[in-house]
Design a binder for this molecule. Structure first.
Ligand code: PLA
Length: 406
């Protein structure tokens, strides 16, 4: 023991998001509630496998012609094509003109990482601007990819809304050519998105300064219930003919969390450039994990290629989005009924999976200790983990935290 060559290794802290689940799993209280990680639960508090996903898996399993060969380095060709169409729009000129290269990656995270490594190797400006705040893994992914991370103002805690002026100022003073990470919709953790008019202003500013957009699309369809509405920001940037990167995840919108299925698309000016970019993406991927897994991408391709399955997916997706919105209303009403001090209207105004409550880390710790409710220390709660049954418990906890622990 004493002579281990790893003696000097210090214990690392748990991940700020996934570590919440680790702590939750150790809790023996029957009332415990995990609102940390963004994972959809049913009204019964159970994980959900979409019925259309079960169908797709059945048809895959029943097809004896299917084998387990390696996929190509860039993954399943049909999956890639359909993924680009899903985010850019089926009639996107960029796709018709063959200017989009898409590679299958390990969910959203893997897509961001591959995109980051490509930029670090081949793009002239190594600085990426990410919103303040953002998903906690963003700065780590991009730093390790070899980019240098800077922040732009995004959220105003005073208004619990977008700091649009700050955003425009910070992007306006970024060096020409810098990469800018944008959440396509349902900004994590704030739940605050720009309006379409604001997106248009952001687009004009970024194009005028040659800032390169890198979209993170982890919640397409999950925010509004409409796949098209949630892709609007990306489509505005694709429609102007300029270049951009998009990381897509099927974790939330198809419930394929653990299958690790996602895609990186790079929209280029010409098909010749897109082809060369793709050849270099292969050199990023091959030494990292060689090629991506087959099963998840096959499920997605099965659903996206079939009109009936696709329609069924949109219905199930809308139901998930609607249930989350209904949880927002129930929680808001429950706090109103309790007369909890403060303005809680942001719970119903915010978009997507999370509510950025404004609770501080002491209040979060209090709720964990006294009520066995688990959330990230920044006060973010996953609305998708809530149900009609657990709303009163959460409302009691928030009420107590606000009135006693502050
Ligand atoms: N981008 C954003 C903005 C995300 O919120 C997440 C997941 C990802 C990318 C990556 O997802 P994927 O690799 O699974 O496709 N964020 C979760 C989970 C839901 C996590 O932290 O890993 C969250 O609770 O914030």
């Amino acid at each position: 023991m004493a002579d281990s060559v790893f003696n000097h290794v210090v214990r690392a802290p748990e991940d700020p998001i996934l570590g919440v689940t680790v702590a939750y799993n150790k809790d023996t209280s029957p009332n415990k509630l995990n609102l940390g990680v963004g994972a959809y639960r049913t009204e019964e508090g159970k994980p959900l496998v979409l019925s259309v996903v079960r169908q797709a898996e059945q048809s895959l399993v029943n097809d004896p012609s299917r084998v387990k060969e390696y996929l190509p380095i860039i993954g399943l060709a049909e999956f890639n094509k359909l993924s680009a169409k899903l985010i850019c729009g089926a009639d996107s000129p960029a796709i018709q003109e063959n200017r989009v290269t898409t590679v299958q990656c390990l969910s959203g995270t893997g897509s961001l990482r591959v995109g980051g490594e490509f930029l670090a190797r081949h793009y002239h400006e190594r600085t990426i601007y990410i919103p303040q705040p953002t998903w906690g893994n963003h700065p780590k992914v991009f730093t390790l990819a070899g980019l240098s991370v800077k922040y732009y103002r995004y959220y105003d805690p005073g208004t619990r809304g977008l700091d649009f002026q700050g955003l425009l100022e910070d992007l306006g003073s970024a060096p020409s050519g810098a990469v800018v990470l944008l959440h396509a919709c349902a900004h994590n953790p704030t739940g605050v998105d720009p309006t379409v008019e604001q997106w248009e202003q952001i687009r004009q500013l970024m194009r005028s300064k040659q800032l390169l957009p890198f979209f993170d699309s982890a919640y397409q369809g999950f925010a509004s219930g409409s796949l098209d509405a949630d892709a609007q920001s990306v489509r505005m940037f694709v429609a102007d003919g300029g270049e951009c990167l998009v990381a897509q995840s099927y974790a939330k919108n198809m419930g394929l969390y653990g299958e690790r299925v996602g895609a990186l698309s790079i929209v280029c000016k010409t098909s010749d450039v897109a082809g060369k970019v793709e050849s270099q993406l292969k050199l990023v991927i091959r030494p990292m994990y060689s090629n991506p897994p087959l099963h998840g991408a096959s499920i997605v391709a099965t659903i996206l290629r079939d009109k009936d399955m696709y329609n069924e997916w949109t219905i199930e997706l809308k139901a998930m989005a609607d249930r989350i919105i209904s949880m927002r209303h129930q929680l808001f009403e429950a706090l109103k009924t309790r007369g909890t001090p403060g303005d809680w209207s942001h719970i119903i105004k915010q978009i997507g999976m999370f509510t950025f409550t404004g609770l501080n880390s002491e209040q979060v710790a209090f709720m964990r200790q006294e009520y066995h409710i688990y959330m990230t220390s920044d006060g973010r709660i996953s609305m998708a983990g809530l149900s009609s049954r657990t709303v009163p418990h959460l409302a009691d906890a928030i009420h107590a935290a606000v009135t006693r622990a502050s």
